[in-house]
Write a protein that binds this ligand. Structure first.
Ligand code: PLP
Length: 400
């Protein structure tokens, strides 16, 4: 009998009841704007900032409208200017080069390794070959590069590191929370990330001046004293006249939904990893399929899983995707020439011209990606792995 998987790859869990209750209270109050507070009230948005700063160990956190907005704000806060090159990953998603382009800067793509992390040799070479002052480091699909080696290269090259932690909220390198190694860490709370407010983002830093700029950029007017975590007033005095207001605040409603999710985040991460391990173990030993082994130093969050069909023909990869889809397993492919759904390649972002990267192209052509929503049971995950293993094996043997 041929098994068919019946689950839904885009179905998230409901918002926790505590979040629904808090959201109702915000709506009943009518005070949805983060600066609409009564005497003595801190507000959901400021409380979320305090709690997220505490969770990551950062001095400051700022809640904003989206992850992409957090990244663009980070670039503005460190003074990236129009026309300036900004290094970033070739293997990432469209909002990353999009954030760079949104400030008029020019993305310069750095290659990807078989471990699905940024190629550190290529990083070193491109840091040397360009005048880039900033690396927008995308921890794409939750894979962390050797952060110690990366920081060393960036320090030597004088590069400021901004981390895109859209897929690493709750992850760590040698115990250091993802987002804490760079000058700034950026997170998304969009529906498909580790916390769900529909849309939303967070930015963290320890730097007084960067945070003062980011707060004003986010649209604080002169009400920045009401934010959850703020540098001393004299820092704002230095920056408030020459920092534009580029409105992108988070409202109380989203923050109310997120606070109970933050309290549960570590448990959610453990639940993702249980599912990840079941799929990973189920895929081991599949002929022609390469497991992406995770380094010991990395504490990851397995909210999605990737494997490689390295050096397969495009037709054969397409065949695997179609056969799995017919059995209810929705896989994404990063090698597709045309952008589709959420997936696209560095060379499809034509506003950012790139030289060919054959070594990275070989890997991108082989990356197969699958989301692991927490609405899947462990048995669902085991079944998904059985289906993928059977279909990859069938196509591999036929091609042999
Ligand atoms: C989702 C995502 C972002 C941006 O998040 P939004 O909140 O959707 O703007 C940034 N980087 C990566 C890798 C993402 O997947």
């Amino acid at each position: 009998m041929t098994e068919i998987f019946k689950g839904n790859f885009t179905q998230q869990e409901p918002i926790p009841e505590a979040g629904i209750e808090a959201a109702l209270q915000v709506m009943r109050s009518g005070r949805l704007h983060r600066y609409n507070l009564v005497e003595g009230e801190v507000g959901e948005t400021a409380l979320l900032e305090q709690e997220f700063a505490a969770y990551t160990g950062a001095k400051y956190a700022l809640a904003v409208a989206s992850g992409g907005y957090a990244m663009a704000t980070a670039l503005r806060a460190v003074g990236v200017k129009p026309g300036e090159p900004v290094l970033t990953n070739a293997f990432t998603l469209a909002p990353v080069p999009g954030a760079i382009a949104s400030v008029g800067a020019v993305p310069v793509f750095v290659g990807v390794t078989e471990g699905l992390t940024i190629d550190l040799d290529d990083l070193e070479a491109k840091a040397r070959a360009t005048t880039a002052k900033v690396l927008m480091l995308s921890h794409m699909r939750g894979h962390l590069a050797d952060m110690d080696a990366l920081l060393e290269i960036c320090a030597a090259a004088g590069l400021i590191v901004i981390e895109d932690c859209a897929h690493t909220m709750g992850a760590a390198w040698k115990g250091r929370a993802s987002g804490r190694d760079g000058l700034i860490g950026c997170y998304s709370t969009q529906t498909y990330k580790h916390m769900n407010s529909g849309e939303g983002g967070l930015l963290i830093t320890d730097d007084d001046e960067v945070m003062a700029r980011a707060v004003i950029l986010s649209g604080s007017y002169m009400l920045y004293g009401r934010n959850g975590t703020v540098p001393p007033a004299h820092v704002f005095e230095r920056v408030k006249y020459d920092t534009p207001n580029v409105s992108g605040r988070m409202d109380h409603l989203r923050a109310a939904i997120l606070r109970p999710q933050l309290a549960m985040l570590d448990g959610q991460c453990a639940a993702w990893n249980e599912r990840y391990h079941v799929v990973e173990e189920g895929l081991r030993g599949t002929p022609g399929l390469t497991i992406v082994e995770r380094p010991e130093e990395e504490t990851y969050v397995g909210s999605s899983i990737q494997f490689l069909l390295l050096d397969w023909s495009e037709a054969a990869v397409g065949d695997v995707l179609a056969r799995c889809m017919a059995r209810g397993v929705e896989l994404k492919w990063f090698g597709g020439a045309e952008p589709s759904g959420f997936t696209s390649r560095y060379d499809s972002w034509r506003y950012a011209p790139s030289d060919p990267m054959p070594a990275s192209d070989r890997i991108l052509l082989g990356i197969v990606d699958m989301r692991l929503p927490l609405t899947f049971s462990l048995e669902d995950c085991a079944q998904i792995a059985r289906i993928i293993k059977a279909e990859v094996s069938a196509v591999f043997q036929a091609a042999d």
